[in-house]
Ligand binder design. Structure first.
Ligand code: RIB
Length: 301
């Protein structure tokens, strides 16, 4: 039997520095502490779905170094299948430099390292697991040709989280059943200014919908689902956030979880909004991913 969810994406070591405010160009900001953690949008989404109870396989690439070994071990400890995580002798494991401010907002610079060497041929080697997966979950921290290769092999539901934002080839958009940008990714993809209200979000989402459903994540304002002409906002539960790093990944992992269980797009978005909110109540990316019980408590189910 195939995996519920296959993730093709990045695996990073995160270095998070807590700062009073994010540095401006040329500015040095004195932080208060730093911590290394497990990250990468792909790996975060894989852990999110696994912690919610799904059978998950990760397709990715790390360097032949200690962070790479630790990150793969961490995925295994979360019951994520790592048979298709390659080790690259010529590039280090990906690294994300994260500043986290007092409002719990983050700014991230990523050096992809081995992630940028996850080639389409490597994806092709995992053809069988991709073909058999109920859901394929992809982001844009690995080469876009590899993302497209995976999407072209998939027979299940393809969820594309276009993060970090990049121009999407038409072939890739056409292969995505659901596209999940945040507001700034939506602006880049639609070629518009940052949408500030639901009307602007709707207008931008319609520009990129094509044949795909679109779910725009709005942070503490929840998310909006655009599907078959229906527009369905979902409000986020009220919580005290300490760290928003990985909240979008919690959303995507939970969305994949719910869709793989046959929930409707709107109900899945509601579940995913709660998962994203829950993740912001804990520090770190993978460490913050919620269990199904924690999400259910928040949603009041
Ligand atoms: O989405 C959060 C993630 O983005 C971090 O874990 C970091 O690794 C970057 O990929």
């Amino acid at each position: 039997m195939g995996f519920d969810i296959v993730v093709v994406g990045s695996i990073n070591q995160d270095l998070t520095v807590r700062v009073p405010h994010h540095p401006a160009p040329g500015e040095t900001v004195l932080g208060t502490s730093h911590v290394f953690g497990a990250g990468g949008k792909g790996a975060n989404q894989a852990v999110a779905a696994a912690r919610l109870g799904r059978r998950v396989a990760m397709i990715g690439r790390v360097g032949d170094d200690q962070p790479g070994r630790d990150l793969v071990r961490g995925l295994e400890a979360e019951d994520v299948d790592v048979s298709h995580v390659g080790v690259d002798g010529d590039a280090p494991t990906g690294l994300a430099l994260i500043t986290l401010d007092e409002q719990a907002e983050n700014a991230i610079a990523v050096s992809p390292g081995a992630n940028s060497r996850l080639h389409p041929e490597t994806v092709e080697e995992a053809r069988q697991v991709i073909v058999e997966a109920t859901v394929l979950l992809v982001q844009l921290e690995v080469p876009i040709e590899s993302v497209q290769e995976a999407a072209s092999l998939a027979t299940g539901t393809v969820i594309l989280n276009p993060a970090p934002a990049a121009a999407l080839p038409d072939e890739l958009s056409a292969l995505a059943d659901v596209i999940v940008p945040n507001r700034s990714e939506l602006a880049t993809l639609a070629g518009v200014d940052l949408p500030t209200d639901i009307g602007e979000v709707s207008a931008a989402a319609h520009r990129l919908s094509g044949h795909s459903d679109v779910i725009v994540t709005l942070g503490s304002d929840g998310a909006v689902v655009f599907s078959d002409g229906r527009v369905t906002p979902t409000v986020a539960p009220r919580i005290d956030s300490v760290d928003t790093t990985g909240a979008g990944d919690a959303f995507c992992g939970a969305l994949a979880d719910a869709l793989s269980r046959g929930m409707t797009l709107e109900d899945s978005a509601r579940w995913a909004v709660a998962a994203g909110a829950s993740a912001t109540t804990r520090h770190g990316a993978q460490t913050a991913m919620p269990t199904a019980d924690a999400v259910a408590r928040l949603i009041g189910d």
